[in-house]
Design a protein around this ligand. Structure first.
Ligand code: CA
Length: 218
């Protein structure tokens, strides 16, 4: 999954990028309101972390704009300790959850998982079909009786495919999901990841649809 961080506080922004990166999540970070609105409008991020007090345009305005356009992507609002009215306004405008600064990164990641579960209509942090199960908190993958804890990028590849079982994702869609802006992506990066995953489990774990992309069957 790729996350968009809209946060003008440089220390906090850096800490968020580092924490998400450590969790195997690719991150794009913008530091003001107008750039935030632009980045959010492009789409491509599965989750938005949104500070409310931003130069140029407030987080609430950005959120209002997204929801007005029918954009239902998960948004977690980050607010100052004294921002009770802002938090309420954010929830009323369609934020999925909020965190008050300062917060522990562990809590942020747990809340993001909880929001994603609610969006997926799931009761636990496991994405699964009949044959494969991904544990989103431990990065453990179970497939046909085998189980392995996968490195971040390989796990993110399976997660992208398993969020929409039966749907083909192209190379560029997968690259967009797995890599941040400005990140160098080798032309065969996706093939290499797929090779590693198949070697750990079985060739069938990811289906290749010639000329179109890859998918995990429902
Ligand atoms: Ca701020």
């Amino acid at each position: 999954m790729r996350v968009l961080v809209i946060e003008d506080d440089v220390m906090l922004g850096r800490a968020l990028v580092q924490a998400l990166d450590d969790a195997g999540i690719s991150v794009d970070w913008v530091r003001d309101g107008p750039l935030g609105a632009e980045a959010a409008a492009i789409g491509g991020h599965g989750f938005i972390l949104l500070d409310l007090g931003l130069p140029g345009r407030s987080g609430l305005e950005i959120l209002r704009g997204l929801r007005a356009q029918g954009d239902r992507r998960p948004v977690l609002v980050i607010t100052a300790r004294d921002g009770l009215d802002d938090r309420i306004a954010g929830l009323d405008l369609g934020a999925d959850d909020y965190l008050v600064k300062p917060f522990e990164v562990k809590e942020l990641l747990a809340r993001m998982r909880a929001v994603l579960r609610r969006h997926g209509g799931q009761a636990t942090s496991v994405l699964s079909t009949n044959e494969i199960a991904l544990d989103l908190s431990s990065h453990e993958v179970r497939y046909r009786g085998a189980s392995e804890v996968l490195p971040a990028r390989e796990f993110a590849l399976l997660q992208a495919l398993l969020e929409r079982p039966g749907t083909i994702l192209s190379r560029s869609q997968l690259e967009e999901r797995l890599y941040g802006w400005g990140e160098e992506v080798e032309s065969n990066a996706i093939d290499v990841l797929i090779h590693y995953v198949r070697r750990k489990f079985d060739k069938d774990i990811i289906r290749n649809i010639r000329g179109a992309g890859w998918m995990i069957p429902k």
